[in-house]
Design a protein around this ligand. Structure first.
Ligand SMILES: NC(=O)c1ccc[n+]([C@@H]2O[C@H](COP(=O)([O-])OP(=O)(O)OC[C@H]3O[C@@H](n4cnc5c(N)ncnc54)[C@H](OP(=O)(O)O)[C@@H]3O)[C@@H](O)[C@H]2O)c1
Length: 364
């Protein structure tokens, strides 16, 4: 039988490279795609994969995809905020499964509009196969049976000093200082990106980290998936307290309309983050706190945490896409249709695709 073809769009990017390095170990024909021939070729040579120059905005994108005819396409070329579904729609036309690592709130939520077309083409179209909402919802699902009634979900991610790629940076900058709605005390309330700074104490060696509001898919998906919750909050931050607080200050410039957006400054901020990286922490962390009533109708609080050392944290957003691609490769998923990445993977399936990483997870 011919090995299955997997094409990773943005395959030599920050997260794409990690996804490709993992999938290069599997029984598949791997295509590393992006707009730069040299970057694709360099990584393809290292991994024993195929390089592919592909611009998803080019008029002949669909024709090129039809020519390669992948079995699975993994889309990492964000930012996803404001993108339409032309890549997923092209996959449906070509008859290939589609997975992305999107963090755009509307993008992940509204992927279901492709459901009928994906079912008709007998393909799986999955959005948000990343930390949010794939891992976050898998954690909530795992502990749901501990609760007679789940009242609130409060979760957060604090990265280490290693900066993400430009697409992630631009995605985050798009909502710094901007108003968005959050489900709080049983009503939709307006909050502002990168404001309402809180601290969360993770186990040593991470310790205290500052976290601020982020506009992410979970804010819409969780109140719908867990209808008893009266509040869903998500915050993120970086290892440097000074960077978190500086971004908080910039958020006021946008909120007070002194600046329209921080997106034009993303490249400069990315450069600065790269310069200061050696001074910062190699540890990143994630937590999910659930409150409600336990089976004895007593107030109950659980905090799950994940700590990643040795700069291994940036692998985590890649895990769900890798795990899902492997399930499809191995014929372990028969489901078709278009959906956010929830209920398709367990916590254990998500956290184990790359062995020997400095990761630990437990209840705090
Ligand atoms: N859901 C979550 O929890 C979560 C967590 C973290 C990150 N993310 C998302 O992950 C995405 C990727 O982040 P990253 O840090 O890996 O960004 P990155 O390093 O900038 O990678 C983006 C890749 O896309 C490629 N690309 C850009 N435009 C393209 C086009 N028109 N056609 C083909 N390829 C194109 C880029 O290469 P060329 O420019 O050379 O083409 C690059 O390889 C971000 O959008 C972020 O939002 C999600």
């Amino acid at each position: 039988m011919m090995p299955k073809k997997i094409l990773v769009l943005g395959g030599y990017g920050n997260f794409g490279e990690r996804i490709c390095s993992a999938l290069a170990q599997d029984e598949c024909e791997l295509y590393i795609a992006g707009r730069s021939h040299d970057k694709a070729q360099q990584l393809a040579q290292k991994l024993g994969a195929r390089a592919c120059v592909l611009d998803h905005q080019a008029p002949d994108f669909l024709a090129q995809l039809q020519h390669i005819k992948p079995d699975i396409l993994i889309h990492t070329s964000g930012p996803f905020q404001g993108q339409n579904y032309h890549i997923a729609a092209a996959c449906i036309k070509v008859g290939c499964h589609y997975i992305d690592i999107a963090d755009g709130r509307e993008y992940v939520r509204d992927i279901t509009q492709l459901n009928a077309a994906a079912q008709q083409a007998k393909v799986l179209v999955v959005s948000g196969a990343s930390s949010l909402p794939a891992l976050s919802s898998a954690v909530v699902d795992q502990y749901l049976a501990h609760f007679l009634r789940l009242d609130s979900i409060e979760h957060g991610i604090s990265s280490g000093a290693k900066p993400p790629g430009m697409a992630t940076m631009e995605g985050v900058m798009s909502y710094v200082g901007k108003a968005f709605l959050r489900w709080q005390n049983q009503s939709w309330q307006t909050v502002y990106g990168w404001q309402d700074v809180l601290s969360h104490r993770y186990d040593a060696p991470v310790g205290l980290r500052f976290l601020s509001n982020c506009d992410v898919p979970d804010l819409d998906l969780f109140p719908a998936r867990y209808p008893s919750v009266h509040s869903v909050q998500f915050r993120a931050g970086v290892g440097f307290a000074s960077t978190s607080l500086a971004t908080w200050s910039f958020s006021w410039l946008v909120r007070l309309r002194v600046l329209k957006s921080l997106v034009p400054y993303a490249a400069s901020l990315h450069k600065m983050a790269t310069w200061i990286e050696p001074l910062g922490s190699e540890w990143s962390a994630m937590h999910v706190t659930l409150t409600g009533l336990n089976l004895k109708q007593q107030p109950h609080l659980i905090t799950w945490q994940l700590l990643a050392g040795s700069n291994h944290g940036p692998n985590i957003p890649c895990f769900p896409a890798i795990a899902l691609a492997r399930k499809l490769l191995n014929g372990q998923i028969q489901q078709t249709g278009a959906m956010p990445c929830m209920g398709l993977l367990t916590v254990d399936e998500i956290l184990t695709p790359i062995p020997n990483l400095n990761l630990r997870w437990n209840l705090q």
